[in-house]
Design a binder for this molecule. Sequence first.
Ligand code: ZN
Length: 440
Amino acid sequence: MPGFLKRAWNTGRLGVWARREGAIAYWDRQELARVQDRRVRALVAHAWRETAYYREWLKAAGAEPGDIRGAADLARLPVIDKIVLTRRPERFEAESLKGTDGITLHSSGTSGYRRHLRHDARAVLQALAAGRRQRLALAEYVGRESGYREAIFNRDGSVGGQLRAFIETRTWVPKAVELRRRLFSPVLPFAELTAGVDAFQPEVIRGYGSHLGAFYQWLAESGRQFHKPRAIVYGADAMPPAQRRLIEQELGIPVLSTYQAVEALRIGFECSQRKGFHISVDQVVVRVRDKGPGERGEMVLTNLWNYATPVINYQLGDLVTLSDGLCPCGRTLPLLTSIDGRADDLVARPDGTRVHALAVLAPLQKAPGVMQVQVEQRAFDDFLLRVIWRQGEPRDEDELKRRFRQVLGAGAAVHVEEVHAIATTSAGKVKSLISRLEQR
Ligand SMILES: [Zn+2]
């Protein structure tokens, strides 16, 4: 646990960074490019010094750190596959930062397996400061930047929760910039969620896109009166466009989205004009593989801030479209006009309400012996779990069933099947939740 002085130092630099946040999104584009290129050079030099993996990677491409002068040169280097980093993240960790202050974030991906990635304390504080960039866009709807009530529909142990716990022990966040947050489990039946929200009266509701979409569709169809927040913010997975239209146009609640990953804590955020995601190019490099502006392709990511585990030229698995135009909001940060690949499924309940995939998957992925798991819903109360077990580790099917029923109730029939591979979709993605029910 860091001492008093370290905590004071963290709080101080957080304040300095946060003050700059009001302006960065409006910087001159050339200035942004200069900052980005400088950080690319520094990061590549660091990765070369600190990790055998990146030294080999650069040598194999016939390059040295001095050859990489900026973001554009990254396109000449090989892309790092998601599986490589997911399976052995320790190979990417910087030698001299091992054992220094930082946090290993655990993310229960809907790709079916957990990811672990270590971030240094400076990168986490920087990401916290950059949160102000998103909050300023949100403030245009909420009317103020802090002090409001925010309901979060997320499970215990989410990446956001892990980060908050880390920051709370390392800084003193001034009361003046705090929010009043309340966590609501995404496993709660929609009627209970509604009652909780009505009692709390939040100005902002934050959660998974698919879950919030299903929740508001259910609310609209139920015909009941309910508390409306000033804005809804979702991250992680996509909200179906029809549900977004329903929330924005019929219910009159603006919807904003954010874009982040366990490999890069701030990639982009939607501004008040909602024309796309502004990419935080001072923090990340986002490139579309072999494609120009306006063309959809595979996203390649570099995180410029995290030195504990350098992430360079990394294929995140999303399909995106970059724009070279300017946003009417006046922010100069470039725009991502579409992100695909974030579509998750929901588990349906007999009463018509839904549970987000991660609420079901996260406890299963943490079960002993599990390497990867896929859930197939065959009926409201009938599920098949396909499991890839870890070699040489004890496996416990009953424990899996127990964890599953803890989330979805004792009535569900659960079958466990051992598999050696989990099929990918035609888009090459692993779907860890498959629903055989008629989808609305
Ligand atoms: Zn904008």
